[in-house]
Design a protein. Structure first.
Length: 167
């Protein structure tokens, strides 16, 4: 998926996950961190939005490991968690970055290439629904946004109803 799609998916994932984690979904810092986490896996692609901003690191990663290698794996998620824990990351910061990161992996699994989640093993997983940059990618992202907005509205309505009925 394209960077803008990853940002939208990352923010939508955060808005859905934050209440389940008892964290503030609309906190601007968490929203930015979720968006950043959603871009982070593409550090292994020098032509990506984040790759262009992290040269020469992205060039070295691409040369050594290729795109959609370790940075698009479960190992990377565990490494990110360990790194953030070691650095003393607050729970909300860690959660927002990891939710964004996981949203990137989930979105890339919708492309024909899929992901090597068990990197360095060879097998890849995916549900090939769209090609990167295609009209179907836009449809999927818009459907996700619509579903997130509907869910947020539905949740607010249920909470208001429960507040009146459950008192």
């Amino acid at each position: 998926m394209m960077a803008r799609s990853h940002v939208v998916v990352g923010v939508a994932a955060w808005l859905a996950a934050a209440p389940l984690l008892h964290l503030a979904p609309y906190d601007p810092a968490y929203l930015v961190l979720a968006a950043a986490g959603a871009l982070l896996p593409d550090v292994d692609h020098p032509a990506s939005w984040v790759g262009r901003r992290t040269r020469p690191l992205s060039t070295a990663l691409a040369a050594l490991l290729g795109h959609r290698g370790v940075t698009h794996s479960a190992l990377a998620v565990l490494g990110l968690l360990a790194l953030l824990a070691e650095a003393g990351g607050r729970r909300g910061v860690v959660a927002a970055l990891v939710v964004g990161y996981l949203s990137h992996l989930a979105a890339d699994m919708l492309t024909p290439r899929g992901l090597r989640l068990a990197w360095p093993l060879r097998g890849s997983w995916g549900v090939p629904l769209c090609r990167t940059g295609s009209a179907m990618e836009t449809v999927i992202v818009l459907a996700l946004v619509a579903g997130t907005l509907w869910s947020m509205r539905h949740e607010a309505a249920l909470a208001a109803l429960c507040g009146r009925v459950c008192r």
